[in-house]
Design a protein around this ligand. Sequence first.
Ligand SMILES: N[C@@H](CCC(=O)N[C@@H](CS)C(=O)NCC(=O)O)C(=O)O
Length: 142
Amino acid sequence: MLELYHSINSVCAQKVRIALAEKELPHKEHLMTLGGDQFDPAYMKLNPNAVVPTLIHDGQPIIESSVILYYLDEAFPERPLMPVGPFARAKTRLFNKLIDEYVHNSCTVLTFATAFRPGHQKNAKPASLRLPVSSALHKSAT
Ligand SMILES: N[C@@H](CCC(=O)N[C@@H](CS)C(=O)NCC(=O)O)C(=O)O
């Protein structure tokens, strides 16, 4: 049996949801708010980093979104996500490494401090009222 602890806005969790959908794997969902429930001692036993996603497979927790993707592809080889040849596989791993080591890390401070915090969500404007980033930067510089 598969279970996924995740949160709606989390890009890391979205990666895993897409993989589960592509592979058509039924699973039980545990939707986290990240408003404090990630620090619940019971959850931190599953994921000591207090983040989502966490996949549980037959009672065993697997953490780190990219590790979860590789795990799913190995444990459930039907409808593979990885390409076949070694060169294409290396390119896929390189792409994942880039996302893990640069993109996620660059976004972490911003998202932990704003997007997942309840105060921010309460005051958030609808997307249509927000300025594009480049225009917001331009405004603050002038
Ligand atoms: N390297 C981890 C990063 C996980 C991560 O940072 N998750 C964020 C959501 S994208 C989170 O759970 N944040 C908890 C918080 O905001 O306190 C992974 O890829 O699984």
